[in-house]
Design a protein around this ligand. Structure first.
Ligand code: 5RP
Length: 239
């Protein structure tokens, strides 16, 4: 893609993230900060708003090493779920969304911590560019599944039995070895074909029931709103 194409995608991500933070963030809020390239814009806008308005009591809980860095760089207060177990709002990206606000996450291998933070927030707001709005989950993305390193072979076999048509151990760039999550685990990417919205919650639970699975990247019914940005800088909110 040309640099213009990347600029368009970044404009879409910025539009979604800025609008969501402007609509949902405020002084004194406890905020979950997701992971990925779209959330960079959310942390940036949250930091700007805190400075502009003199907010001193916004507390942020990260979902990865990356988002810890984003929070610190934005000049925001860093916490964790043990110190701040109830969050007002969480902002996060997604790899794919459907019409019912279900999502596939985990492109950055951070979905376990992202789901933990989202599940403990009153409101989860997803931020995506329009390419993620595919109509149904599984159209472009496999389901990322965090597994214990000693369980990836047996978990892979169990996923095939559970209906996966392909299961791949995610490898680091240059195939230097498997991707290792912030929790020290591996990631399997399992394709299940196109997943009807009505089947997302059942599949999420079925995958998590496999021994050795820590959590998977299906987010069924967790999001309250999705901000969908477009390359012309406009956005749409799906509720
Ligand atoms: C990380 C994630 C990300 O939120 C997801 O991959 C979207 O990333 P980006 O905003 O870079 O497209 O789930 O585990």
């Amino acid at each position: 893609m040309s640099s213009n194409g990347n600029e368009g995608v970044n404009a879409a991500k910025r539009a979604a993230a800025y609008a969501a933070v402007e609509a949902h963030a405020g002084e004194g809020m406890r905020v979950g900060v997701g992971s990925g390239s779209t959330v960079v814009f959310a942390a940036e806008r949250l930091g700007q708003l805190a400075k502009e308005h003199g907010w001193t009591s916004v507390v942020c809980v990260p979902t990865s090493f990356q988002s810890q860095q984003l929070i610190v760089e934005a000049g925001l207060v860093l916490s964790d779920l043990n110190q701040t177990p109830e969050l007002d709002v969480a902002f996060d990206g997604a790899d794919e969304i459907d019409g019912e606000l279900n999502a596939i996450k985990g492109g950055g291998a951070a979905h376990t911590q992202e789901k933990l933070v989202a599940a403990n927030a009153k409101t989860l707001i997803l931020l995506v560019d329009e390419s993620k709005d595919t109509g149904a989950l599984g159209t472009k993305w496999a389901v990322p599944i965090e597994v214990l390193p000693g369980a990836w072979v047996v978990a892979k076999a169990a996923l095939v039995k559970a209906g996966a048509t392909s299961v791949v151990l995610r490898m680091a760039k240059a195939k230097a070895g498997p991707v290792v999550t912030d929790n020290g685990n591996f990631v399997l990417d399992a394709a299940f074909g196109v997943i009807a919205a009505a089947d997302v919650a059942g599949l999420e639970a079925k995958i998590n029931n496999i021994p050795g699975v820590v959590d998977n990247g299906l987010f069924a019914g967790l999001a309250s709103e999705v901000f969908i940005g477009r390359s012309d800088g406009s956005f749409e909110v799906r509720r």
